[in-house]
Design a binder for this molecule. Structure first.
Ligand code: FES
Length: 107
């Protein structure tokens, strides 16, 4: 199963097996990874699943859609070029090894 590394703001790393077809947000919530809230359940309506993708250039990630792009302007911490909503990162085999850093706050 492909793996995703979540790096908390304090540097704590959590590595999860994430089933293909599961979002990076859902996997984190199911395993109680702190730092991702996912309040809207993946409806692109809350921006509390914001992550900074650390090695995005190594993968073909889903494109940032229009609604995600709008919501990324509403994140609690600054938007950066590597910002994504983790509910929109649906795992594929090719994304094995993805590393995301979690912002200090989602509110
Ligand atoms: Fe709400 Fe991703 S979970 S925008």
């Amino acid at each position: 199963m492909p793996k995703v590394t979540y790096i908390a703001d304090d540097g704590t790393e959590t590595v999860l097996d994430v089933a293909v077809g599961t979002s990076v947000m859902e996997a984190a919530m199911m395993q109680n990874v702190e730092g991702i809230v996912g309040e809207c359940g993946g409806a692109i309506n809350c921006a509390t699943c914001h992550v900074y993708v650390q090695n995005g250039a190594d993968f073909v990630l889903p494109e940032v859609g229009a609604v995600e792009n709008e919501m990324l302007d509403a994140t609690a911490t600054e938007r950066r070029p590597e910002s994504r909503l983790s509910c929109q990162l649906i795992m594929t085999e090719e994304m094995d090894g993805l590393v995301v850093r979690l912002p200090a706050s989602q509110y």
